[in-house]
Structures are given as C-alpha cells and as structure tokens.
Design a protein around this ligand. Structure first.
Ligand SMILES: [Cu+2]
Length: 435
C-alpha cells in the first residue's frame, strides 16, 4: 500500500512539473504596460520621448529623450504629474544630439502626465501606470496547484503512518490537479477582458496662426474638438509614435513634418517657421480611442517675403517598372538613402512616405510606412531609435489612385538626423484594356 502511494506521489509531482512548465510558457499574462515612444516638436526641437514601462507603484520611472541633428543644445526639465495635482518628481536632462536618460518616480497607479519644460514651451504627455490584473483562469491554475501540493503533503504523511484514510487526500490530489490542468488548457480559449469598446465620432480641427510671417518662428495652435459634442478631445492614442502628426506643405512644395505638443485637453501647439508667402495646406493624422486613424485637413495663409526655401535631398528614389507609373497600378518605390546600412527607425518605422496630389486639388494625402522587424532583444516590441542597423534602401508599395502630378517625400533617420528625399511623380491614366 505504502509503495503504491509513493508511486502515485511521484507521478503527481512529475505531472505538476510538466503542467507547471507549459503553464508558464503559455500564460497570456495581463497587460503590465509597455514602453511608450512619443515624438514631440517642442519649440525648435524635434524630440522622441520614450516612457519606459513600470511594473507597480511606487516605482522608479525611466524616460529616454532623443534629440536630433539641428536641435539646439540646452536644458529640459522633466516632471511626473498626477493630472490636476502637483509634480511628484522632477529631473533635468542636458540635451545634446542622441539619447539622454532621466530617472523619475511614480507613487500610484492610474493616469499620469509627463511634463516637458524647456523654459518657454511646456508639453504634457498622458500615460498610464497600469495595475497588474490577474485573470480568473490564472488564479484557478495557481489555486489548483497549491491545493494539489497541500493534498500531496497530507497523503504522504498518511502514507508514512500507514493510515486507512490515505485515499481521501489522494483523491484530493487528483481533483485539484484536474482543475488546475483543465484551467491551464482552457486558458487560450478564455477571451481576455475587453477594456475599449467605444466608437468615437470624428475630430474637428481648427488651426490658428496669429502673426505668422515668413522667417519668424511662431506657434500654430491646433484646437481639436469632438464633432458631436464640441467638447475638447482628450482621448488621443499614441499612433505611429505620436499623438498628432502634422504634415504641412509649403507653397514651394516642401514638406514640414511636425509633432504638436499637448498643452491641455484638445489644445495642441507647435512651433513653425514659414519660408514663403502663400497657402500652406496641412493634414493632421491622429487616432481616438475606438475611432481608428483619422486624417483631418486644414490650411493657413502666410504673407511675407520668401526666405531660404531650396529643396535639399538626402538620396534618390527609384520606381521599379517606372513605365507602370499609372493610376490604379501598385508600384514599388525604393528610396535609396545612400551610404552604409545603418538607418535608424524614426517613429517606430524604418521609413515614411508622404504623398500629396494630384496637384493642385490634393485629393490624396497619404502616409505610407516601411515596417521594422522586431529585433532579438526587444521581446517582440519595436526596436527604438538607438538601433542603427537598417538597410539604406527602403522599399514602399503604393497605388496612385488618380492620374496627375504628385509631390512625395521619403523619410528615414541616420546618426540622429532626419533625412528627407523630395520627389515629384507624374502619373499617367490607367490603360484601357477593354479595346
Ligand atoms: Cu509624424
């Protein structure tokens, strides 16, 4: 009898070991947050701010700030602020080209703001310190294993004494183990709790620019309101590495790619220096909770004399099967940023392509991406900007929907410098194949 029980105990331990291992490997885990990278055009600087994930609170919070070529050196004050409250921690970053890290602290779970202050401009980036939620199936699995261990112990004690009731705890081992194994096996079929299931109406955008003249930096003020209620929009998601991407086309056909900073709910601002007199059409790309990505258009008029506005190019673009540059035909456009294969991902992508046309109507404002592949050490997340390992040639696939003339800008990053290749395409009408 004692031998049989001992054998049962060994089999039980082996089973617990096996299921325990597979249980860890397949655990979905609850969301414990992730790194958040947000592009911020703060004053004259184009910054990438990465808020590293925290596990719990109170906890240290690490923030990395990347400054790009052309940004002035200087001091940036960084603070953690619970909304509507006083800052709980502050650190100072001495900005030079490249990455600078600061250490802050968070003392509670929930909504926070990261405040960036360069002495003139202030940005407030919303972020969340998540509380780890253990899913029900996980609690059942762990509870089952704990019970199995307890019953096993009792069974062993009974077996050692040669008691007659040894089958009772042995039965408990079988039952609790079954519960744990069943819960672990079913875990993949149990849907995770849904947190976001609300659809929001589109955003209305009004851009005002008081006293804008050529050659002088001034703030563009973006007012974002809910098109249904008229209330300020305060539910923007970080989309492609920014809360708002503002693409502005100058009268001379240049692109200015900006990332307005959040000053208050629905109030975004960005410094802008116009270079020529005329109309500046623009498109803001943003995403609301449950609302998908939206492209909202606006324009401002600028008067003044034209200052330095020559288009410089950081490479060349080759259209594969260039003769096939016709409307409705997918074409591969390969940007060659020349030089070594050390491009860095900007805004989480190794390449961006912005297309505006056909001119002058601009029915199309497109933003196409060349994705990065996750790196070995990044645990499935996107590599950050410090990974300088991408090929100098970046292919994009695009279908021009209508014939006509298009302005296009290919963008990537190298040595913390944002590179741009401006190109103009003439797209022909689709061939009529029915004749
Ligand atoms: Cu952008």
């Amino acid at each position: 009898m004692g031998k049989g029980i001992r054998r049962l105990a060994v089999v039980g331990l082996v089973l617990v070991g096996l299921v325990g291992v597979s249980g860890v490997a397949r655990a979905d885990g609850a969301p414990v947050g992730a790194d958040v990278a947000v592009a911020q055009t703060l004053g004259p600087r184009e910054l990438t701010v990465t808020i590293r994930r925290t596990d719990g609170a109170p906890a240290p919070l690490h923030v990395d700030i990347v400054s790009h070529v052309g940004d002035p050196v200087g001091i940036l004050r960084v603070r953690t602020v619970p909304p509507g409250s006083r800052p709980t921690s502050e650190a100072t970053a001495a900005l030079t080209t490249g990455a600078t890290g600061v250490d802050l602290t968070v003392d509670r779970f929930g909504a926070w703001e990261l405040e960036l202050d360069d002495g003139t401009n202030t940005a407030r980036i919303p972020f969340t310190v998540p509380q780890r939620v253990v899913p029900a199936w996980e609690r059942v699995v762990y509870g089952g294993f704990v019970a199995t261990g307890a019953f096993l112990l009792v069974a062993l004690v009974f077996a050692a004494r040669g008691g007659r009731f040894v089958l009772v705890p042995a039965g408990g081992v079988v039952v609790s183990l079954s519960v744990a194994v069943t819960a672990a096996l079913l875990s993949s079929t149990i849907p995770p709790p849904t947190t976001q299931n609300v659809a929001r109406p589109p955003v209305s955008l009004v851009v005002s620019a008081n006293g804008l003249t050529t050659g002088h930096p001034t703030n563009l003020v973006l007012s974002l309101t809910d098109s249904a209620t008229g209330l300020p929009v305060d539910d923007l998601l970080v989309n492609h590495g920014a809360l708002v991407h503002l693409m502005v086309m100058t009268p001379t056909g240049d692109l200015v790619h900006l990332h307005p900073v959040r000053v208050a709910p629905g109030d975004y601002r960005v410094q802008f220096t116009p270079t020529a007199s005329g109309t500046y059409p623009m498109a803001a790309e943003l995403a609301r909770v449950g609302g998908g990505t939206q492209l909202v258009r606006a324009e401002v008029q600028i008067t003044g004399t034209t200052v330095d506005s020559k288009r410089k190019s950081d490479g060349t673009v080759e259209a594969v099967e260039a003769d096939a540059l016709t409307a409705g035909n997918p074409v591969t456009l390969t940007a060659d940023f020349t030089g070594p294969d050390n491009l860095q991902p900007w805004l989480g992508m190794r390449g961006h392509l912005i297309i505006v046309g056909p001119l002058p109507s601009q029915a199309v404002w497109a933003h196409v991406h060349a994705m990065t592949t996750p790196t070995v050490n990044s645990l499935g997340s996107q590599p950050d900007e410090t990974v300088a390992a991408y090929p100098a040639k970046v292919p994009f696939t695009f279908t021009f929907p209508e014939p006509g003339r298009y302005h296009a800008w290919f963008q990537s990053e190298r040595g913390f410098e944002i590179l741009t290749i401006p190109v103009t395409f003439d797209v022909g009408a689709a061939h009529d194949t029915t004749r």
